[in-house]
Ligand binder design. Structure first.
Ligand SMILES: Nc1ncnc2c1ncn2[C@@H]1O[C@H](COP(=O)(O)OP(=O)(O)OP(=O)(O)O)[C@@H](O)[C@H]1O
Length: 249
C-alpha cells in the first residue's frame, strides 16, 4: 500500500465510554498520521485497554467515533490487528500453520510461501515447522508479530506487547520491531506502562489523565533512530512525562 504521511489514518473523535456508573473514557480526541508510531501512556486503570478496544472495534463508544481512512469503525476489521501481552498463538499448530491461519482465499502453496516470508522477516527462519511449546517467549512474540503482519494490516495496535518478556528480550524486541517497521511501514499505536519504551519507539507520546481519561499532554519526539534513551533531551522528556503521570523522580 502506498504511503501518504500527510494523511490522517486514524481519527479519534470525542470518545466517551462508561461501564454502569463508572465513567472510564471521558472525551478522547486525537489523529494518527499514515505511517506514524504513536505511544499512549497513562496511570494504572485509567482506561487504556478500554480505549484500545474501542479503536479496534471490540467495544462501542457511548459517544464519539473512530475512523480509519475516513470510515467509521463499527467492528473488528483486518485493516487493524491487535497484538496483546496475552498472545493468540494456537499451540496445536506449527509456526507456518499459525501464520497461514488468517490467510483466506489463497492457494495453500501461496499461503505457505507468504507465511515463510514473514517467519523469516521476524527471525524465525528454520522454525517454520516448530510447535509453540518448542519456542522461547521471545520467539513466540515474533510469531505473534508475524501473524499480525502476514495479513498486511494498515494498522498495528499493540497493548503492552512485550511486558510478559524478560527485560533483555523486551529490549531486543523493541529493536526487532523498529527493524520490521523499516522494512514494512505500518501505522502503529502502542499502549505501554514503560515510558522509556515509548521514548525509544514512538514519534509521539500521548499522556492520558486518570479516569475518566482524556489526553492530558502530547510529546513529539523528533530524534532519529536508533535512539539513546540516555540522551539528555530524551531524559528531560522522560522526567516531564513522569511528572505528568504524578511520578516525579
Ligand atoms: N467490561 C467492563 N465492565 C465493567 N468495567 C470495566 C470493563 N472493562 C473495564 N472496566 C473498568 O474500567 C476501568 C478501566 O479499565 P482498563 O482495563 O481500560 O484500564 P487500563 O488503563 O488498561 O488498566 P491497566 O493500567 O491496569 O492496564 C477499570 O476500573 C475497569 O474495572
Amino acid at each position: 500500500m502506498l504511503h501518504n504521511p500527510a494523511a490522517t489514518k486514524i481519527a479519534v473523535e470525542g470518545l466517551h465510554k462508561q461501564f454502569g456508573e463508572l465513567p472510564v473514557v471521558g472525551g478522547v480526541e486525537f489523529n494518527v498520521r499514515d505511517g506514524e508510531f504513536v505511544a499512549i501512556v497513562g496511570p494504572s486503570g485509567c482506561g487504556k485497554s478500554t480505549l484500545l478496544k474501542m479503536l479496534a472495534g471490540f467495544e462501542h463508544p457511548d459517544r464519539g467515533a473512530v475512523r480509519i481512512g475516513g470510515d467509521v469503525v463499527t467492528k473488528p476489521s483486518p485493516r487493524a490487528i491487535v497484538i496483546s501481552q496475552h498472545g493468540a498463538v494456537f499451540p496445536w499448530l506449527t509456526v507456518r500453520e499459525n501464520l497461514m491461519f488468517g490467510l483466506q482465499g489463497k492457494e495453500v502453496g501461496d499461503k505457505a510461501a507468504l507465511a515463510d516470508h514473514y517467519a523469516e522477516m521476524v527471525g524465525l527462519k528454520g522454525f517454520e515447522t516448530s510447535y509453540p511449546h518448542q519456542l522461547s517467549g521471545g520467539m513466540l512474540k515474533r510469531v505473534e508479530i508475524a501473524r499480525a503482519l502476514v495479513v498486511k494490516p494498515e494498522i498495528l495496535y499493540m497493548d503492552e506487547p512485550f511486558s510478559a518478556l524478560d527485560a533483555l528480550m523486551n529490549l531486543k524486541m523493541r529493536n526487532e520491531l523498529l527493524r520490521i517497521l523499516q522494512e514494512e511501514r505500518h501505522t502503529v499505536l502502542l499502549i505501554t506502562h514503560d515510558v522509556e519504551e515509548a521514548l525509544y519507539l514512538a514519534d509521539r507520546v500521548l499522556v492520558l489523565s486518570p479516569r475518566p481519561t482524556r489526553i492530558q499532554k502530547v510529546f513529539e519526539i523528533a530524534h532519529p533512530h536508533p535512539r539513546r534513551v540516555s540522551h539528555p533531551e530524551l531524559q528531560e522528556m522522560k522526567e516531564a512525562i513522569l511528572a505528568e503521570l504524578g511520578l516525579t523522580v
